[in-house]
Write a protein that binds this ligand. Structure first.
Ligand code: SF4
Length: 457
């Protein structure tokens, strides 16, 4: 078993038995479940909207290079600079080079899973640059020195009492502050950081090809402050986030808001088309957009897994997944957790080391059912398992078990030999692979052939 797989099993086992964790997750997902149906009411034809979104993303992925080149041309025309980063190291090198050029000591950063993916904060810290998370959930996680727990709600696993305790310990506030008071404390601390920072870093929810813009969606206004106060704005974004036209936002913004948080539309939606233009009074002097591959073209190369690049990171599949709800986001030890994380992580990282995530599913299909852009997630989990086997990544025991199963299934005599008690003993007591985490298998008392001949056929 790989190191990642055994860590996953160990962490999942602990979390699955942690009733306090379950209570907090059920509470927070319960609140999400209560508001999503309200958000959905804004769509007259919800299924059609999701199908349309899927088709738009299909078109974008099938013409990805053209879309990205158009984006680059249009952004460059307004003074933006586009950097293509094949992997995380290249993206980090480019960011460091910009930081050095701008003599940067402090960065304000809004929520971005891609920056988690490349380990940006840790990297900047190593180079003596302070990187401050300005999204409240991310700020809480940074204070607690923990990675985000969920792609939309980074501190979903914490109760308001947990956050009050954390602020008391780390910021020396009064104990037992209310959520409103805690928010004000964070606000006061963070507001001072914006004017002091030389660089602001954000992600992007969408890259808009036809106007050369990035679109950022948020509820707190911190991303706007991060990209408008500092003199330099760096956007780092996965290349799959492209959509062909600004008009597509009319579809994607409400979909993302509803499936992400149950809102009709998120509070702040910003379209940025470049740095400050002559005659404009605010905005950064320089703007860079780093287009990150980091394994995404592996997904693109496979006609089946390509569909996973349609993801708009709404988090709905995590909230719906019975496995995620039991083991929590940190057990995955990957940037992207839940069903979508299990689909893409083996391709973004390495199949042999991460294939176990594709097996951590009951294949109930609930993720596919709720996906905002109708990605066939549970089928992609099967596709990953198939690919892992094709690449010879299965264990020796697994290979032998399937060989034996195939032989037995192909030879009726083999299947008919021995009585049900012997078969039960063999499967449940000798080969314990099946029954280790499940109830015992029970063979029928009589074989099919015996029943058949009893009926005189
Ligand atoms: S796979 Fe679908 S449901 Fe899951 S985060 Fe992506 S868009 Fe949302």
């Amino acid at each position: 078993m790989t190191a990642s797989a055994s860590s996953f099993l160990a962490k999942s086992t602990v979390k699955a038995g942690d009733l306090d964790h379950r209570r907090k997750i059920n509470f927070n997902i319960g609140r999400y479940n209560a508001v999503v149906p309200v958000g959905k009411q804004q769509f007259e034809e919800l299924h059609l909207a999701r199908e349309r979104a899927k088709n738009v993303k299909w078109r974008a992925m099938e013409s990805l290079l053209t879309q990205l080149e158009d984006f680059e041309t249009n952004l460059t025309r307004r003074g933006g600079k586009v950097i293509w980063a094949e992997h995380a190291e290249r993206a980090l090198e480019e960011i460091l080079a910009i930081c050095k050029e701008k003599e940067c000591r402090t960065i304000v950063k809004s929520k971005s899973m891609v920056t988690e993916e490349i380990g940006l904060n840790h990297f900047l810290e190593e180079h003596g640059i302070e990187s401050v998370e300005t999204d409240l959930g991310e700020y809480i996680q940074q204070l607690d020195e923990e990675p985000p727990y969920h792609i939309v709600t980074p501190a979903m696993h914490k109760s308001k009492e947990d956050v009050a305790k954390l602020f008391y310990e780390k910021l020396h506030t009064e104990p037992n502050l209310t959520p409103e008071q805690l928010t004000l404390v964070a606000r006061e601390k963070l507001r001072k950081k914006y004017p002091a920072a030389e660089i602001g870093i954000t992600g992007a929810n969408f890259i808009v090809s036809d106007i050369g813009a990035v679109a950022i969606t948020e509820n707190e206004g911190n991303a706007r402050l991060s990209c408008s106060f500092p003199k330099t704005h760096i956007v780092i974004v996965g290349l799959e986030k492209v959509i062909p036209s600004i008009t597509d936002l009319a579809l994607f913004w409400p979909l993302l808001a509803t499936y992400g948080t149950g809102q009709r539309v998120t509070v702040y939606n910003t379209i940025i088309t470049g740095p400050r233009q002559p005659g404009e009074t605010d905005g950064p002097e320089d703007m860079y957009v780093i287009l990150l591959d980091n394994g995404r073209t592996n997904l693109l190369a496979n006609e089946k897994t390509r569909e996973s690049l349609y993801c708009i990171r709404c988090g709905a599949c995590l909230n719906a997944c019975p496995v995620y709800k039991n083991i929590g986001g940190h057990s995955y030890s990957a940037t992207y957790s839940g069903p979508i994380g299990s689909v893409i992580t083996p391709h973004l990282k390495e199949m042999g080391e991460w294939k176990h995530l594709s097996y951590a599913s009951s294949l109930c299909g609930n993720c596919t059912e709720v996906c905002a852009v109708k990605i066939n997630l549970h089928e992609l989990l099967l596709e990953n398992r198939y690919e892992a086997v094709e690449q010879g990544q299965g264990t020796w025991g697994e290979k032998m078990a399937w060989k034996a199963w195939k032989q037995a299934s192909l030879h009726r005599k083999f299947m008919n030999s021995g009585n049900s008690r012997l078969k039960n003993w063999l499967v449940n007591r000798v080969f314990k692979g099946w029954s280790r985490h499940r109830g015992d298998l029970q063979f029928a008392d009589k074989t099919f052939n015996e029943l058949w001949s009893e009926q005189g056929r």
